[in-house]
Ligand binder design. Structure first.
Ligand SMILES: Nc1ncnc2c1ncn2[C@@H]1O[C@H](COP(=O)(O)OP(=O)(O)OP(=O)(O)O)[C@@H](O)[C@H]1O
Length: 316
């Protein structure tokens, strides 16, 4: 579905004025070779500025590579953009493909017409997407009046009207609340199961990857730093998780054998414990805390993608 071979993209960055003017060439993507097969669901992750969007732009035909080869759905994205458009759906979290001043339903109808889908095939597909993404009550609303979460659901529906074989999502859950994120993920899981759609997504949210992807590509400074399963990535970097508990009353730092007390807040009424998921479970840590104090509330924090990438590279 996607073939990248030695893919590279440079940008010329100019800075300063007059005699101090300088010109520097930055390789945003610095020789990426990777393959995504039909039916796979791949998370493309990396820190800010790692080169994710630049790669996505090249494989969707928005940017021309400086060198190397890119094939998407068997096509060369820029010269064969029209053929590619029939096979690919793209969602950019930061950019809209909906008609801003028109009611949401019009965007779906226009896209069906652009893709030349006959009405008797377009209607049931649009109805299916509207139901799956819970858009029924929003169809008459102009897109500019939709909340971010509502609009993102609309964007995903718009990208899928023509049943693309490949769906590329660039930060699809950015800025969404937990409920909207979860709805979107549930829909994408179901869509993949039903249609066999291949998925490539960039995200800064580890839960997106956990829920949606069976393979992870980590990009760092324009190069692939890891290619494999999420579990494999977890083993490689052995990231600690943090359990945050709110206690019924303030307590001095609790000493546990299964986890390390990281810090206390609210005079000891909130305490944070770091534990290694490969050595112990959250349930064990919780049981140990419950043996010493009454727990009011709790949450577990996932490592940030930035931390994972840093650890992968520095081994810290
Ligand atoms: N048009 C451009 N001109 C100059 N430099 C650019 C341009 N586009 C991207 N870059 C640079 O290329 C590098 C990679 O950018 P890119 O947007 O691909 O990163 P990213 O991994 O998508 O980051 P983020 O997570 O912040 O979206 C960055 O250093 C960025 O500043």
């Amino acid at each position: 579905m996607i073939e990248l071979d030695g893919l590279r993209r440079e940008f010329v960055v100019r800075s300063g004025r007059g005699l101090r003017r300088s010109r520097r060439v930055v390789a945003a993507v610095d020789g990426i070779t990777a393959t995504v097969r039909a039916g796979e669901s791949v998370g493309y992750i990396g820190a800010n500025g790692a080169g994710k969007s630049t790669t996505i732009k090249m494989l969707t035909g928005i940017l021309v590579p400086t060198s190397g080869r890119v094939r998407t759905c068997g096509f060369e994205p820029v010269p064969q953009r029209t053929q590619l458009a029939r096979r690919i759906g793209v969602v950019f979290g930061q950019r809209s493909q909906l008609w801003w001043d028109l009611p949401l339903r019009d965007s779906f109808d226009i896209l069906a017409a652009i893709h030349r889908i006959p009405a008797d095939r377009a209607r049931p597909r649009i109805d299916q997407l509207v139901e799956g993404l819970e858009l029924g009550a929003l169809l008459a609303t102009p897109v500019r009046q939709l909340s971010l979460g509502e609009r993102m659901r609309g964007e995903v529906a718009a990208a899928l009207v023509h049943r693309p074989a490949l769906l590329v999502l660039d930060e699809p859950t950015i800025g969404l609340d937990m409920i909207s994120k979860e709805r979107l993920r549930q829909f994408l899981v179901a869509e993949r199961a039903e249609q066999g759609t291949t998925l490539l997504l960039t995200t800064h949210d580890m839960s997106d990857i956990e829920r949606l992807c069976d393979r992870v590509l980590v990009v760092d400074h324009g190069r692939i730093a890891y290619d494999g399963s999420l579990e494999g990535l977890g083993e490689r970097v052995a990231m600690e998780r943090v359990l945050v508990v709110d206690l019924a009353e303030p307590r001095p730092p609790l000493e546990l054998s299964s986890a390390r007390h990281e810090r206390s807040e609210l005079d000891g009424a909130r305490q944070r414990f770091a534990f290694a998921p490969d050595r112990t479970t959250a349930a064990q840590v919780l049981a140990e805390i419950a043996g010493q104090a009454e727990i009011r509330d709790l949450r577990i924090t996932e490592p940030a993608i930035e931390d994972i990438v840093r650890t992968l590279y520095t081994g810290r």
